[in-house]
Write a protein that binds this ligand. Structure first.
Ligand SMILES: [Zn+2]
Length: 585
C-alpha cells in the first residue's frame, strides 16, 4: 500500500540519518490543550501536559482513551484467598493471563481515580503471584501488538515481544491486531528475522498457537493449532483461536491468502486430537469478546456461545478483544478476560488430579495493576527507558509548521478548524467524496510553530484505521441528523460537503440542505464514497447509519493520514475555518 511504503521510507530515512533528534528539539514549548470533552463515550480525559521534546520522558499518554474502562466494579486488590485444597494429592497450578496489551509499555491509565498499568508495574504483580506457586504459567490472549504507542510501534513492536520474553510468558495466541502488518511480519515477530526499520530481531521465545487461521496455499494453520505444556508432570493442552471477524478489522493486505474458520469447529477438532493423546486439562486462548458482571452474572458476547458449544473437555477459556471484565462459569467452563493495556491480569487457580490428569477445581480473580504502593520492576523499567530513548528522535521529528493555531474548539455552528483540517486529511488519504470525523477523537490542539510527530500523536492517539465506504445521499442526510439526540449533540467534522441545520426543527429532521462543493444539492439516490475511522464505521457514538454503508475497505491509520497531510503543506501553512456547517440560529 502506498501510505505504508511512504511511512516505511520516511522511517528508514530517519534511521539512516541518525541523530535527527537535535534539530527537531526546536525551541517550541509544546504545551497543548487536551480537550476535556468526553461527550462521545469513546474516552474520558484527565488533565495531562506534554513534556518538552528535549525531555520526552513521558511518551506514554497518561489519559484514558479508546477501549479503556476507567471505572471498574472492583475497587482494590483483595489479597488472593488461597482455597485450601480439598485433597492434598491434587496439584495446584496457577495461570496468569493478559489480553489486549497493545504495546502499552509506558502508558499509565486512570482506574477508579488511581494510576494503573505500565508493564514494569504489571511485571511486579506477575512476579509476586508467581512466587506464590511454583507451578505457574503465563499466557497471553492476543492483541499484544498493534495500535500501540510510539515506544513500541516505532520499533515494529519488537519491544513488546522482548518484554513478554523477559517476563517469561509460556504460551500465547494471536489477536486481530497481530495481522495489522500482514502474515510475514507476524511470523517475523514470532520466529525472528530482519526488518528494514529495526534490523535483526530474535523473535519470541515462547510458542504462539492458532487453530482457525489457515494459509490457503498450504491448507495448514499458520501457526501450530495447539501446544501441550507439562507442569509438574501434568499435561495441559492449550488451543488458540482468533475472532473470525478479523478480516473486517484488518487491511485487506494483512489477511491476504488467509482463511479464518469457525472458532468452535477448530477448537473441537483439536480437543479430539488432545483427547487421543490423553490430555484432559484443556485451556482455550480465544481472542473473542465477552463480558460479565463482577460475580459472573449476566455473561454476554461471543465467548458465551463458544463456551456453550465447545466440547465439555474444555476447562478454561481466556477471552479478549473487547477490553472488558469477564469472570464467569458457563456450561461448567471458566471464562475470563482482564480488561486491556496491562491495567489488569487474570489469575486463574486450578487443581489437577494426578490420577485422572483432569482439572478438578478452578477459580479466577481479575486483578487491576494499581501502581500505588507497588515498586515497578527495575529490569523492565530499564528496558522501557531504553526503548523510549531510541524513539525520541522520531517522536521529536518536525513534520510541518503552522502559522496559526489549529484548535478543535467548535464555533456555534459545530465546526472547528482542526476538525476541518483532519477531515480534509482523511478524505485526501482515502480519495473519497466526503469524510466524517468524530470530535471526541480529536484530543489536542496544534499550536502555531513547528509541529512534531509526537504532537500529532497527541492529537490522534488512537491509531484508528480509516475506512472507505459507499453511502447514498439519503444515508448521508440520516447520518447528519443523528448528530442531535435527546440528551446530547455530537457534531461530526466534515470534508467534501457543506450543509445547513435548523435548531428549531425536531430531532431527526434538523438538516436542511446538503451541498456538494460545486453548489449543487446532494442527490438522495446517488452513491458517494465516504471516509470515516473504524470507530465511526462500526456505528460508534451512536452513528448507526455507518453500519449500513457498503463496500467497506480499510486504509491507513488516522495518525499517518494526518502526518502525511501536514507534511504535504507549505512550511509554514495557514488554515482557517471552512464554514462548512451553517445553522439558522
Ligand atoms: Zn482484538
Amino acid at each position: 500500500m502506498e501510505w505504508f511504503k511512504k511511512a516505511l521510507i520516511s522511517f528508514a530515512l530517519i534511521i539512516l540519518l541518525g541523530g535527527l533528534g537535535q534539530q527537531s528539539a526546536a525551541a517550541k514549548d509544546l504545551k497543548v490543550t487536551i480537550h476535556p470533552d468526553p461527550s462521545n463515550g469513546q474516552m474520558k480525559s484527565i488533565e495531562t501536559s506534554r513534556q518538552k521534546p528535549t525531555k520526552a520522558k513521558n511518551q506514554g499518554l497518561s489519559e484514558d482513551y479508546h477501549g479503556h474502562k476507567s471505572n471498574r466494579p472492583e475497587t482494590n486488590n483483595p489479597k488472593k484467598k488461597k482455597a485450601p485444597s480439598a485433597n492434598n494429592r491434587f496439584i495446584p497450578i496457577q495461570l496468569l493471563g493478559i489480553n489486549d496489551l497493545h504495546g502499552q509499555l509506558n502508558v499509565t491509565r486512570n482506574v477508579n481515580g488511581k494510576p494503573a498499568g505500565r508493564v514494569d508495574y504489571l511485571a511486579t504483580y506477575l512476579k509476586e503471584r508467581e512466587a506464590e506457586n511454583k507451578n505457574t504459567l503465563l499466557v497471553q490472549d492476543g492483541d499484544m501488538v498493534g495500535a500501540s504507542p510510539p515506544v513500541s510501534a516505532l520499533l515494529q513492536d519488537e519491544p513488546t515481544i522482548e518484554i513478554l520474553n523477559k517476563l517469561g510468558f509460556d504460551i500465547g495466541t494471536v489477536g486481530n491486531h497481530e495481522f495489522d502488518e500482514g502474515l510475514t511480519e507476524l511470523l517475523r515477530l514470532i520466529n525472528g528475522g530482519t526488518h528494514p526499520k529495526t534490523g535483526k530481531f530474535a523473535g519470541s521465545n515462547f510458542p504462539w498457537i492458532v487453530a482457525n487461521v489457515i494459509n490457503e496455499k498450504t491448507g495448514k494453520t499458520i501457526l501450530p493449532p495447539y501446544q501441550v505444556i507439562k507442569v509438574n508432570g501434568m499435561p495441559i493442552g492449550f488451543i488458540g483461536v482468533v475472532t473470525t471477524e478479523t478480516p473486517t478489522l484488518v487491511v485487506p493486505s494483512g489477511v491476504e491468502g488467509l482463511k479464518f474458520t469457525d472458532e468452535v469447529e477448530a477448537i473441537n477438532q483439536n480437543v479430539t486430537e488432545l483427547k487421543k493423546q490423553g490430555v484432559k486439562a484443556i485451556v482455550v486462548l480465544a481472542h473473542n469478546p465477552g463480558t460479565s458482571g463482577p460475580n459472573g452474572e449476566n455473561p454476554t458476547g461471543q465467548l458465551v456461545d463458544i463456551a456453550n458449544r465447545v466440547d465439555d473437555e474444555v476447562d478454561i477459556i481466556f477471552g479478549g478483544h473487547n477490553h472488558a471484565y469477564m469472570n464467569a462459569m458457563i456450561d461448567n467452563k471458566l471464562v475470563v478476560q482482564s480488561y486491556s493495556y496491562g491495567t489488569a491480569f487474570s489469575d486463574v487457580d486450578i487443581e489437577i488430579d494426578p490420577k485422572t490428569k483432569d482439572i478438578v477445581s478452578k477459580s479466577a480473580e481479575i486483578v487491576t495493576t494499581f501502581q500505588e504502593g507497588i515498586k515497578p520492576d527495575p529490569e523492565i523499567k530499564r528496558m522501557i527507558e531504553g526503548y523510549e530513548a531510541k524513539v525520541e528522535p522520531i517522536v521529536n521529528r518536525v513534520v510541518g509548521s503552522t502559522a496559526n493555531s489549529l484548535t478543535a474548539k467548535q464555533n456555534e455552528n459545530g465546526e472547528s478548524v482542526l476538525g476541518d483540517f483532519i477531515a480534509d486529511a482523511q478524505r485526501k488519504a482515502m480519495n473519497t467524496d466526503f469524510a466524517f470525523m468524530n470530535p471526541g477523537g480529536i484530543r489536542a490542539d496544534i499550536d502555531p510553530g513547528d509541529i512534531t510527530w509526537g504532537e500529532v500523536y497527541t492529537v490522534q492517539p488512537f491509531n484508528n484505521d480509516l475506512v472507505k465506504m459507499t453511502m447514498t445521499g439519503q444515508q448521508i442526510r440520516a447520518l447528519l441528523n443523528q448528530q442531535w439526540g435527546p440528551t446530547k449533540t455530537n457534531m461530526l467534522q466534515i470534508s467534501g460537503l457543506s450543509y445547513n441545520w435548523d435548531p428549531n426543527k425536531s430531532i431527526g429532521q434538523r438538516v436542511v440542505s446538503i451541498k456538494l462543493p460545486d453548489g449543487t444539492e446532494i442527490d438522495p439516490n446517488k452513491s458517494y464514497s465516504v471516509t470515516a475511522n473504524i470507530f465511526l464505521s462500526g456505528g460508534g457514538d451512536g452513528f448507526t447509519v455507518f453500519t449500513q454503508a457498503q463496500n467497506k475497505e480499510v486504509g491507513p491509520v488516522d495518525l499517518d493520514a494526518l502526518v502525511n497531510f501536514i507534511s504535504a503543506q507549505p512550511k509554514p501553512f495557514t488554515y482557517q475555518i471552512q464554514n462548512r456547517i451553517q445553522s439558522a440560529q
